[in-house]
Design a protein around this ligand. Structure first.
Ligand SMILES: C[S@@+](CC[C@H](N)C(=O)[O-])C[C@H]1O[C@@H](n2cnc3c(N)ncnc32)[C@H](O)[C@@H]1O
Length: 496
């Protein structure tokens, strides 16, 4: 057997950043599940472990945004570890260690004890012995009260689309060549069969969504997501049973809105769900209702349950800032339970206050002029963060951290050289990343290097766009627009 054990390793994965992996987001999820995030007490000396870190951008962002933390990130692909180490060294991020290891064989005693762990996009893509290795690591190294974020392809969400994965996997196996080319050929076959109205490519909603999105997905993403031999979606009950070996208990969803059944389930579904007491059965019932195939679960090793009063007091002390200009705030919501709207009488004053900068939830709740609902900070924070329109601020008085700025700048240069543009701007104030596009990386970097008000012509020259032409014009337009739109948001988020 080769070292990769059926996992695609001949091409590197794409880059990405996922809010659900950030300890501040995990702490919020715990609170919404009425569990005390004990690890948050160590918020300045936290040890964070990422299992299956890919190219390391998420772990690097967290390390740069929290210079006092110790971050350990593991992946078995040497190409991923090499690139991540290179970026860490270039950007001078020295509180992170990248380890090349296979979870199936890694001796947990070689790792430190950790407060928070995360494995995104790993569990349902690897073999039983790798999953067992992950449980062994967590059982041995996650501190009491420590939390885990785990994402995986879930059932029954995937049930109508299992055949589609198998089609891509089998086609890829039968074709020779590199995995990105195999992915290309496999997708052509999917399209051809779909064009010929193959019965099982028209049955499930997930298949429809995937058929729509797959042609534009980066080929390295398709390869890593669909072409591994051990790909296998899971029921939450089975994941919970496996993690129980490590004394882990499910406490909440990392998808903030999923912690609000009134938004996720229709009235009829809710009536059935309300009648179920058993937590595992509740999750299964929810999974039967929600049209999604990926779960983000939060587990805690020894959860301490708290009542609503303690939860509300902890929530009231959190700070939030907006992730978009207040004028672009979206009040209409499309939810699994149907169309909904955030009540303007309550949310408009909140959004206006947040438009001035980070605010404490407790202070937002007592703004003059708010309609009812003053006693429900969970709903306020849930709606704002759950719709990705606000983010938790870890250190409201911090300025732009030097390590965070260096990392953002080095990634910007890589994006200009052709790296994928998906990621997040690191921020000491947020203690996490603000998701962004490639244009954002470049704009934030130029504002730092040349001054927030510097001329975009100088930016164009700095990145080598000297000659007049369409490319330069496009860049200047993008730069002006991005600066204008993002400046207030970035100032409040401690990015510039
Ligand atoms: C789909 S990628 C997700 C990467 C990253 N978490 C992200 O979301 O960008 C899964 C990662 O798990 C790593 N991996 C797979 N099997 C592994 C194993 N047995 N031991 C360690 N890492 C493994 C792969 O190299 C890959 O980087």
């Amino acid at each position: 057997m080769t070292w990769n054990n059926g996992y695609v390793t001949d091409i590197i994965y794409t880059t990405g950043y996922y809010d659900q992996q950030a300890p501040s987001h995990i702490a919020l999820s715990c609170l919404l599940g009425n569990v005390a995030p004990g690890f948050a007490r160590r918020s300045e000396q936290l040890t964070y472990l990422e299992l299956g870190c890919g190219r390391g951008r998420g772990a690097l962002c967290l390390a740069a945004s929290n210079p006092e933390w110790r971050v350990v990130a593991i992946d078995f692909m040497p190409a991923h570890i090499e690139e991540a180490r290179e970026l860490a060294a270039e950007a001078g991020i020295d509180n992170i260690e990248f380890i090349e290891a296979d979870f199936a064989t890694l001796d947990p005693r070689n790792l430190p004890e950790v407060d928070v762990a995360s494995a995104h996009g790993v569990w349902s893509w690897v073999s039983d012995d790798v999953r067992a290795g992950i449980v062994r690591i967590l059982g041995s190294r996650l501190r009491p009260g420590g939390a885990l974020h785990l994402s995986y392809n879930s059932l029954p969400g995937w049930q109508g689309a299992i055949g589609l994965q198998r089609l891509i996997h089998t086609a890829a196996r039968r074709i020779s060549g590199r995995s990105d080319r195999k992915a290309e050929a496999a997708l052509k076959l999917v399209q051809a069969l779909s064009g010929a109205d193959a019965f099982h490519l028209r049955q499930s909603d997930l298949v429809q969504i995937l058929k729509r999105d797959l042609p534009d997905m980066p080929r390295e993403y398709v390869a890593h997501e669909y072409m591994n031999d051990d790909w296998r979606p899971c029921f939450q009950a089975d994941v919970a049973a496996a993690l129980a070996e490590a004394k882990l208990e499910y406490v909440a969803s990392g998808e903030i809105l999923e912690n609000f059944p009134q938004l996720m389930l229709t009235g009829e579904q809710r009536a059935v769900w309300d009648g179920i007491d058993d937590p595992i059965l509740r999750e299964l019932a929810k999974d039967f209702c929600l049209p999604r195939g990926l779960r983000h679960d939060i587990y805690v090793r020894g959860p301490r349950r708290i009542g609503d009063a303690a939860r509300n007091a902890a929530l009231a002390d959190l700070y939030l800032t907006l992730t978009r200009p207040p004028g672009e705030f979206v009040y209409e919501l499309n939810l699994p339970a149907g169309h909904g709207a955030l009540e303007r009488g309550f949310y408009e004053p909140v959004v206006a206050a947040l438009g001035q900068g980070p605010r404490r939830i407790g202070d937002l709740m007592s703004l003059p002029g708010l309609g009812g609902k003053r006693d429900n900070p969970a709903e306020l924070v849930g709606m704002l963060v759950g719709t990705s329109q606000a983010i938790v601020v870890a250190r409201q008085d911090a300025d732009t951290g030097e390590a965070a700025t260096r990392l953002n700048d080095h990634i910007a240069m890589r994006v200009l050289r052709g790296d994928p543009p998906h990621g997040a701007l690191a921020s000491l104030r947020l203690g996490s990343g603000l998701r962004c596009s490639g244009d954002h990386y470049v704009t934030a970097s130029m504002m730092h290097r040349l001054g927030a008000d510097s001329s975009v012509d100088r930016w164009a020259e700095t990145i080598g766009l000297k000659a007049e032409g369409e490319g330069r014009e496009k860049f200047l337009k993008m730069a002006e627009e991005t600066r204008l739109r993002q400046s207030p948001v970035w100032k409040h988020a401690g990015i510039i």
